[in-house]
Write a new protein. Structure first.
Length: 489
């Protein structure tokens, strides 16, 4: 049974979909970001038995408009400051529609010729954009998958035994190194690769939240003397917690000295390497053996789009190329680049289209300008906080992440760590219920509870961070009153 409708009816559905999307984006900055409902309420809203009979697609679109839109967190809003989540672009929205229509499987070249060549091209563009020379790579679902691909390539390239065929027990214990500020996907990757999380050595950080290089070298020497086998150092180019960038040039020197693979997690910060305002922070990135980066963060591409870059494309192929009979017969016909041989996934969507359309529609210069504006805007937020008497900055504003806390105007409470932790936890709860702005918290330094604002949003301007402080101050006074009442019970 054919499930399609007539073309004119399909066209009417497309128009209706475009209408409700346009309505979503209209007056965006004045819309609540979070619905304020709990999980039980949302579950009840969508709970139903599997439909036995279908309904008109226009009716389904009405449900999208009335049920899904109002109960989705609007990361597209300029008032969204949580996590490292891009706002997307109009070019990206249209690209998603097109590649959904084309339904390409970007595994074998002859399944998706244009998509394969466009993916090769955008991988090249991404590397050039961040000033990472002589590279190859592939697109992934996101930074976690990109990082894991690169760490797997490091294991394959640097293990002194045949890890693929003989397994990890056939050689010495492999060791990776990174700072205590590294992303949790590194632990997941090391676990999944069979290395063991205890063999991802976490090196302490300095007051600027950057890795202690001297301690790193001491740990490498110690591990080698204990018959362990160091193979990889992971540098952070924009930590999620504070936006810190490790001294990549010094890490590159250590890796060269001890013949280690140098990987850089640039999932968040990488695109800032293209800008005049921040490129000095990324000195040494060019020496990395691999780099993980997320176009769906600071290149403003809609989720999902990650990218694994490597200096030598053969390292990805050596890691992932397995050709069963049903996939190999056409391989030798030409110089086709087969992405299935360079990634873990076989079924892969046409992610490259939204990256290609983003670069084509806006150009590298405008993207750089937007990234610079995000950095300047968040440094402006840092200045507001430092000039205030009721907020406190807790970490340097390196890129576009600001860690701070509310402390009220009461001097007697400003040094009470237990009080400050409680009031900022209450404040975070009030922010979520209120919905006008969206911000999350973290723990930094000596287990200080921090409010954490991050911006990778081309729609966000100075007026929006001014509004953020205004709302936080208003809700902070409420949290202060709530805490006082609690203490008086």
């Amino acid at each position: 049974m054919v499930l399609d409708t007539k073309n004119d009816q399909f066209k009417s559905f497309l128009y209706k979909a475009s209408d409700i999307i346009e309505e979503l984006y209209s007056n965006l900055e004045n819309k609540k970001i979070f619905c304020g409902k709990n999980s039980e309420e949302i579950e009840k809203l969508f709970h139903e038995d599997i439909p036995k009979e279908g309904k008109e697609l226009s009716e389904v679109l009405e449900e999208v408009k009335s049920k899904i839109f109002p109960h989705s967190t609007l990361s597209i809003s300029p008032n969204f400051f949580a996590y490292v989540t891009s706002c997307g672009t109009y070019a990206g929205i249209i690209a998603e529609l097109i590649y959904g229509a084309l339904n390409q499987n970007c595994s074998k070249w002859h399944c998706a010729p244009a998509a394969s060549e466009i993916e090769k091209l955008v991988v090249d563009w991404i590397g050039k954009f961040i000033n990472y020379p002589n590279h190859g790579g592939s697109l992934t679902s996101g930074g976690s998958a990109a990082n894991m691909s690169c760490l797997a390539a490091a294991r394959k390239a640097k293990a002194p035994f045949d890890v693929a065929n003989d397994g990890l027990r056939s050689g010495p214990q492999l060791v990776y190194y990174t700072s205590t500020e590294t992303h949790s996907c590194m632990d997941k990757s090391i676990d999944s690769l069979g290395i063991g999380k205890n063999n991802l050595k976490k090196i302490s950080i300095n007051k600027n939240f950057r890795i202690n290089v001297e301690e790193l070298e001491e740990q490498i020497i110690k591990d080698k003397s204990n018959s362990l086998y160091p193979i990889c150092v992971i540098g952070n180019a924009g930590t999620v917690n504070t936006g810190a960038v490790d001294p990549l040039d010094k890490l590159a020197e250590i890796c060269k000295k001890y013949n280690l693979w140098f990987h850089v997690d640039a999932a968040y910060g990488g695109p800032a390497a293209s800008t005049d305002i921040a490129k000095h922070l990324f000195k040494g990135l060019e020496h990395a053996d691999s780099v993980a980066l997320d176009p769906h963060k600071w290149l403003y591409v809609p989720i999902e789009a990650g990218c694994a870059l490597v200096k030598d494309i053969k390292t990805l192929r050596e890691m992932f190329s397995i050709l069963p009979n049903y996939l190999k017969l056409d391989i030798e016909k030409s110089h086709r680049f087969e992405f299935m041989e360079h990634t873990f996934q076989l079924s892969r969507s046409f992610k490259a289209l939204k990256i290609w359309m983003t670069f084509k529609a806006y150009g590298a210069n405008k993207l750089k300008e937007s990234i610079e504006n995000n950095i300047k805007t968040m440094k402006y937020l840092g200045d507001i906080i430092e000039e205030s008497n009721d907020f406190e900055l807790l970490a340097p504003v390196t890129l576009s992440t600001v860690c701070f806390r509310y402390k009220t105007k009461e001097p007697s409470l400003s040094k009470d760590e237990q009080y400050l932790s409680k009031i900022n936890k209450i404040l975070l709860e009030l922010v979520e219920k209120d919905g006008r702005v969206f911000i999350t918290g973290t723990m930094i330094a000596d287990n200080q509870v921090a409010l954490r604002a991050c911006c990778v949003n081309h729609r966000t301007e100075k007026k929006h961070v001014e509004n953020l402080i205004k709302v936080l101050r208003e809700l902070g006074e409420k949290s202060y009153c709530s805490l006082i009442q609690e203490c008086n019970k």
